[in-house]
Write a protein of this length. Structure first.
Length: 118
């Protein structure tokens, strides 16, 4: 998916597409925030597909579906025994995404994302 695959003509939507084209070629992490159902993952995929990393793995994460006490483990992974029921070592989403992550976070996750862990 590229910005050419996205259809919309409102000034705000065109501004979003301009931002996608601006950030896609740059090698840095992108945080996308917005309400549920606003297309954060679609925009994240468009950034990924337009970036030099397009041939690498894209890993999406829905923070709203993860209890707040498990978000850190989901992002960074955990060692065996670190959590109740953690029988094996698990890679976090950052590691799964080859060291990069386009993260689409709803407002509920903003407070956690601003903690010292990120």
């Amino acid at each position: 998916m590229t910005t050419l695959d996205l259809i919309g003509s409102s000034p705000k939507f065109r501004a979003v597409l301009t931002e996608v084209e601006r950030v896609a070629p740059v090698d840095f992490a992108v945080l996308i925030q917005g309400e549920t159902g606003t297309g954060k993952e679609v925009i994240a995929r468009a950034i990924h597909e337009a970036s030099p990393r397009r041939n690498k793995r894209f890993v999406a994460l829905n923070c709203a579906a993860i209890p707040s006490e498990l978000v850190e483990s989901e992002l960074f992974g955990h060692e065996r025994g670190a959590l109740t029921g953690a029988c094996t070592q698990t890679k976090g989403r950052f590691q799964m995404a080859d060291g990069r992550m386009n993260s689409a976070m709803p407002p509920r996750c903003k407070k956690w994302a601003l903690s010292e862990n990120l």
